[in-house]
Design a protein around this ligand. Structure first.
Ligand code: NAD
Length: 483
């Protein structure tokens, strides 16, 4: 597999929040990798903007540290030096007046302009307004905003309205980094570039879909933020919803931003409300001296969920009667993210010894070891009876790409490059985000009004027993949580 590199146009990229955690861990290392790969023209510029008093040399030192810590192991000194040459820094107060004229003076009007809002969402309005007032952003400038995009429908609408005062939808790039994952894009390739799956991709051949995003870590360190959010807002409304959309959407007429996003929006609009009996929320308990969720968030009465499992129904011709089971949580058995499309059993089994025959599954692994495998039943090799065994047809992308000596690209690398190219396909449109909140709001509101607390679960397990019951009562089973 030989990768094709197409250089992007000249650009000025401003990172607001340039000294923050996200900039250090993801944005700068991602930009460095693309630069080192030769994708950025020599004249492109990355301008850090944050509150800290620092000059460009100081910021270059910070960026060097970030690359050493979070960049590629084999980073070449000449490549690092050439990347650092592209960096500049402006000390700015996004809620005040300091720094804006310096930033304006640095920006070139005749190149692609992108502004990455890597700050708390409460500051988005301040930045958008000042970019407009100081005439810093040209008519084709792009802005990139991070999650969380609202905490309910009303706040998401307000945020969209704030951005819309100064930018058109075609200029707004709402990041959901799950969409930048290689496997997630491959899901579209597998579905829409092959004849093999699409004819089977419906209620007649698919029994159910299960999506698991499991983490082993708790919320220690970001407890104050997390306790105001919870798994539903932090994971389900955005990341898991995007995965549901890509599995369930109709083929778009073209791989084009609005064509893809129109189809995703139709899926979200077709989601049925989730009855209380189809949803389980949980909180990890303390164990063997390890703190539980309530200790981690320092709130002994917290009713925020660190785990959610739910059964989703999509009311349209393709999916009527095919449940989508979703679960995500912290302090679970293993760190793994996967989608499993579980096919129906053959209508008639001809082999006597068919005890081992299992339904086919297409398993799409997002982490670890991104890849897909299709589980098929074959005859167990060797003499003797006709015994069946299920084996995976494995498509491990890391292995395939690894042979060429290439790392798997990080989601941020891909997404930031798309911003510079002006391709919104892998970014969420405003109406999509609002539709997802319109679906999630009643569930969250019901929890807030309920007297019951989330179910407790032991760390290192698959979550509360009730989540297992959600599938057992339908005669189905979750796949094991295993990396
Ligand atoms: P952070 O607190 O580490 O950094 C915040 C940055 O904003 C700093 O550079 C700070 O100087 C700057 N800032 C704050 N107030 C400012 C002001 N008045 N003027 C100028 N600069 C100001 O935050 P973070 O973790 O980097 O997160 C940034 C955004 O990305 C948030 O919206 C967060 O929700 C989102 N996000 C972060 C992560 C992550 O892994 N850190 C993941 C997903 C989304």
């Amino acid at each position: 597999m030989v990768s094709r590199l197409i250089e992007v146009g000249d650009f000025d990229l401003v990172i607001f929040g340039a000294t923050g955690d996200l900039a250090r861990r993801k944005i700068l290392p991602g930009l460095f990798r693309r630069h080192a790969a030769g994708q950025f023209p020599a004249a492109s510029r990355i301008i850090g903007a944050a509150r800290s008093d620092m000059d460009t040399e100081g910021y270059r030192r910070e960026a060097r540290d970030a690359i050493a810590e979070f960049g590629p192991r084999d980073a070449d000194e000449a490549q690092i030096a050439s990347f650092l040459d592209c960096l500049a820094y402006v000390a700015i107060d996004v809620t005040g007046e300091r720094g804006w004229s310096e930033l304006g003076a640095l920006m070139r009007p005749d190149v692609v302009q992108a502004f990455y809002f890597s700050v708390a969402p409460a500051l988005f309005g301040d930045i958008a307004e000042r970019l407009a007032r100081h005439a810093i952003a040209g008519p084709d400038a792009r802005i990139v905003v991070e999650k969380p995009f609202g905490r309910d429908l009303a706040s998401a609408r307000a945020l969209n309205a704030t951005l819309a005062r100064h930018f058109e939808e075609r200029q707004i790039y709402r990041i959901d980094h799950y969409l930048g994952k290689e496997t997630v894009q491959n899901l579209m390739a597998v579905r829409f570039a092959n004849m093999l799956f699409e004819p089977l991709w419906n209620v007649h051949y698919i029994d159910h879909v299960q999506i698991t995003v499991a983490e082993t870590v708790g919320v220690a360190g970001r407890g104050a933020y997390y306790d105001q959010s919870g798994a539903m807002r932090d994971m389900v409304q955005n990341h898991l919803m995007q995965l549901v959309c890509l599995i369930a959407m109709e083929p778009p007429w073209h791989f084009d931003p609005d064509a893809v996003r129109d189809e995703k929006l139709k899926v979200i609009r077709a989601l049925e409300p989730v009855p209380p009996g189809d949803i389980v929320r949980g909180q990890y308990a303390a164990e063997d001296g390890d703190p539980g969720y309530r200790d981690d968030v320092e709130n002994p009465d917290s009713r925020t969920e660190s785990f959610v499992a739910l059964k989703l129904r999509i009311a349209n011709w393709r999916w009527q009667g095919v449940p989508f089971y979703l679960r995500t949580g912290k302090r679970l058995r293993d760190r793994t993210s996967e989608i499993a499309v579980v096919f129906r059993e053959p209508p008639h089994l001809i082999f006597d010894d068919h005890a081992e025959q299992q339904a086919n599954q297409l398993v799409i692994r997002l982490q670890p070891n991104e890849g897909m495998n299709l589980r098929v039943n074959i005859k167990e090799p060797g003499p003797g009876g006709m015994r069946l065994v299920q084996v995976p047809l494995d498509m491990s992308f890391a292995e395939a790409l690894g042979k060429e000596g290439r790392d798997m690209p990080d989601a941020y690398e891909r997404l930031i490059t798309d911003v510079i190219r002006g391709n919104q396909t892998l970014f969420m449109r405003g109406d999509e985000v609002e539709a997802a909140w319109a679906w999630a709001d009643p569930i969250i509101a019901a929890w807030e009004n309920a007297s019951a607390a989330p179910e407790s679960y032991d760390p290192g397990t698959s979550g509360p027993d009730q989540a297992l019951g959600l599938m057992h009562r339908d005669g189905r089973r979750w796949r094991e949580i295993k990396a």
